[in-house]
Design a protein around this ligand. Structure first.
Ligand code: PMP
Length: 431
C-alpha cells in the first residue's frame, strides 16, 4: 500500500495515542479501514486543507458535511468573530436563537417548531425520546447501515465508523435497551409492511436517513419513503427523517422537499452549524410542545443555542440561499462523479458513482447499490489502494469505503478537474 512519508503526522499520531484512545476523538478519523497514518490538519481554506507536513489536499469530506460554503468562508469567520467578541455563552436566551429557528422553520417544509442542540447524536436521541413520549410506545424501527449518532438505542447495525470496525453494535449497550430496536433492510418495502402488520400498534417511530450517507451514498427509493409515511400515519407511529447529513446538503429543503414527503420530526445538524456545534430537531408544533418546559418530555443543554455557533450556522444558512447555490453545488458533485467514472473506465476498472446535490458516492462495483448488502460487496481492497493513491496526489477522500463524500461551493471546475486528472493517474497504477 502506498503511503506518503508523513514525518510530522507520524510523530503527532504517536503522541496522540499516548493520551487519546486510538489517537483520535472520533473513530473514523483514525484510518483504521484504509491503514496508514491519519493526517493532522493545521488549517483549511475554501476546498483545501493542509496537514502537519504542510501538504495541501483537496478536501472531499468538508468536516463530514458542515463545510458546504468552503472552509474559512470570510463571512462565516467574521460572524463568529463578532459574536465571540460579545461573549461566548450566556445560559440565557438570545435573539440569534430565534432568528435561526425562524430560518429553519421557513426553509424545511415540515418543521413548525424546532429545538437547538449541539450534536446530531443529541438531535436524534431527543427526537426518539419525544416520539416515545408522545406515543407511549417503546419500539423503534431503524434500517441496517443507517447511522443516527451514538445513542444506545440507535447503535444497532449502524453504519459509518461501526462498519469500519465490523461491530454490528457497540459494547456497553444493554440488551434490554436494544430489544426495543427493530432493524430492517433499507429499501425493502415488503419487510416494512410485515413489521407494521405484526406489531404496528407498538411502534413509536421509524427513523431513517432519507438519503443514506453512512453506508457510502445510497438513495431511498420514493416508494420506500412513501410507504413508510403511509404506514406510520395508519398506525399512529412518528416518522423521523434523520437529515443531519442530507439536510441543506441535497437541496435547500433537504430530502423531504426532494421526495415531497413530510416527516413528523426531522433531525438536523452539520450544515446548520457551519462548522460549529449546532444541531436541531423539529417538526409539527403539537408534537414539539410535548417538550419541557411545556410538556413531559425532558431534554436540555448548557451550550444549546450557543451564540457563537448560532452565528456561524445562521451565516451559512444565508449563504446557501444565494441564487444558484445548489445548482452549482450539484453540478460540481456530478462533474466529479462523471469524471471519476470515465477515468476508471479508461483503466478498465469496475467503478460507478452517484450524486445527490452536494453529496456523492463512488463504488468499486458495476452498479450503484440500493441496499446495504450490495454496498458491502464493493471491492474494499481496491478502494483502499485508490484512497492512498489519491492521498499521495493531494486529494483527501473519506478514509473508508462506507462513507459518502461532500463538495463545497468552493470546489470549482478547475479543482474538480485537477482531482479527475489525479484519479486518472491513480487508476492506471492500481488497475
Ligand atoms: N445522523 C446522521 C445521518 C449522521 O450522519 C450523523 C453524523 N455523521 C449523526 C446523526 C450524528 O451526528 P453527530 O456526529 O453530530 O453526533
Amino acid at each position: 500500500m502506498t503511503q506518503d512519508s508523513t514525518s510530522r503526522n507520524d510523530t503527532l499520531f504517536a503522541r496522540a495515542q499516548q493520551t487519546t484512545p486510538g489517537g483520535v476523538n472520533s473513530p473514523v478519523r483514525a484510518f483504521r479501514s484504509v491503514g496508514g497514518t491519519p493526517r493532522f490538519i493545521t488549517r483549511a481554506d475554501g476546498p483545501y486543507f493542509w496537514d502537519a507536513d504542510g501538504k495541501r489536499y483537496i478536501d472531499y469530506i468538508g468536516s463530514w458535511g458542515p463545510a458546504i460554503v468552503g472552509h474559512a468562508h470570510p463571512q462565516v469567520i467574521k460572524a463568529v468573530q463578532d459574536a465571540a467578541a460579545k461573549g461566548l455563552s450566556f445560559g440565557a436566551p438570545t435573539e440569534g436563537e430565534i432568528e435561526i429557528a425562524e430560518e429553519i422553520c421557513k426553509l424545511v417544509p415540515s418543521i413548525e417548531q424546532v429545538r437547538l442542540v449541539s450534536s446530531g447524536t443529541e438531535a436524534t436521541m431527543s427526537a426518539l425520546r419525544l416520539a416515545r413520549g408522545a406515543t407511549g410506545r417503546d419500539k423503534i424501527v431503524k434500517f441496517e447501515g443507517c447511522y443516527h449518532g451514538h445513542a444506545d438505542s440507535l447503535l444497532v447495525k449502524a453504519g459509518s465508523g461501526l462498519l469500519t470496525f465490523g461491530n454490528p453494535t457497540s459494547a456497553g449497550v444493554p440488551e434490554d435497551f436494544v430489544k426495543h430496536t427493530l432493524v430492517l433492510d433499507y429499501n425493502n418495502v415488503p419487510q416494512l409492511e410485515d413489521a407494521f402488520e405484526s406489531m404496528g400498534d407498538t411502534i413509536a417511530c421509524v427513523i431513517v436517513e432519507p438519503v443514506a450517507g453512512n453506508m457510502n451514498l445510497i438513495r431511498a427509493t420514493p416508494e420506500f419513503l412513501q410507504r413508510m409515511r403511509e404506514l406510520c400515519t395508519e398506525h399512529g407511529a412518528v416518522l423521523i427523517f434523520d437529515e443531519v447529513m442530507c439536510g441543506f446538503r441535497v437541496g435547500l429543503g433537504g430530502a423531504q422537499e426532494m421526495y415531497g414527503i413530510s416527516p413528523d420530526l426531522t433531525a438536523l445538524g452539520k450544515v446548520i452549524g457551519g462548522g460549529l456545534p449546532v444541531a436541531a430537531f423539529g417538526g409539527r408544533a403539537e408534537l414539539m410542545q410535548k417538550m419541557a418546559p411545556l410538556g413531559p418530555v425532558y431534554q436540555a443543554g448548557t451550550l444549546s443555542g450557543n451564540p457563537v455557533a448560532v452565528a456561524a450556522g445562521m451565516t451559512t444558512l444565508k449563504l446557501v440561499q444565494e441564487p444558484g447555490f445548489y445548482e452549482k453545488l450539484g453540478a460540481a458533485a456530478e462533474r466529479l462523479v462523471a469524471g471519476l467514472t470515465a477515468a476508471a473506465k479508461e483503466a478498465g476498472i469496475p467503478f460507478c458513482g452517484d450524486a445527490v446535490g452536494g453529496m456523492f458516492g463512488f463504488y468499486f462495483s458495476n452498479s450503484v447499490p440500493s441496499t446495504y448488502a450490495q454496498m458491502m460487496a464493493g471491492d474494499k481492497e481496491r478502494f483502499n489502494r485508490f484512497f492512498h493513491g489519491m492521498l499521495d496526489e493531494g486529494v483527501y477522500f473519506a478514509p473508508a469505503m462506507f462513507e459518502a463524500g461532500f463538495v463545497s461551493a468552493q470546489h470549482s471546475d478547475a479543482v474538480i478537474d485537477e482531482t479527475i486528472e489525479a484519479a486518472r493517474r491513480v487508476f492506471k497504477r492500481i488497475g
